[in-house]
Design a protein around this ligand. Sequence first.
Ligand code: COA
Length: 158
Amino acid sequence: MAEGARIRDAVPDDLDAVEALEDRVFTSDELSRRSLRYYLGARTAHFLVLEQEGAIIGDAIVAFRRGSRAARLYSVAVHPDHAGHGHGRRLLAASEAAAIARGATLLRLEVRADNAPAIALYRADRYREFGRYEDYYEDGTAALRFEKALAAAPQESA
Ligand SMILES: CC(C)(COP(=O)(O)OP(=O)(O)OC[C@H]1O[C@@H](n2cnc3c(N)ncnc32)[C@H](O)[C@@H]1OP(=O)(O)O)[C@@H](O)C(=O)NCCC(=O)NCCS
């Protein structure tokens, strides 16, 4: 990881920065400001940001459903100027840790079938493709569904 980058929980004041990141990273299907504001405050979500030298260069949102042990990785994004430095992998690991901390045993996600970098990231991190939604995105592209069983870190014996 590049020096000085750290992952922290997002706060409501991050709204402008995460909106700017969404606009920069996604050309379609980006989250609206309204959705981002919702996720920044939602008790059913864990919103992480990756900060470097005061700038937010990545983020990830994990969503939870009451009564379900399956968490959903709703979004993960790294600013293109900072791609290829392991930030995506770290955000994914932090998302898994956040899901485990909330009692989840499974992390699921959807990804555009044409999003080769993200699919490579999930496969490299041992996500398993288990399904597909046709005509899922605004432009009709299919979504691939991936999941990973989450293992809690072994407890230290006293
Ligand atoms: C997908 C994304 C988060 C990856 O972030 P990143 O910081 O560049 O990725 P990392 O440097 O952590 O790479 C980790 C692994 O992902 C894969 N990967 C990342 N970018 C890749 C690319 N352009 N082509 C192929 N594989 C790629 C590789 O397996 C890589 O491991 P390696 O470096 O050991 O080969 C980033 O490209 C992104 O934000 N894309 C746009 C938003 C998006 O599509 N999000 C996911 C769907 S919501």
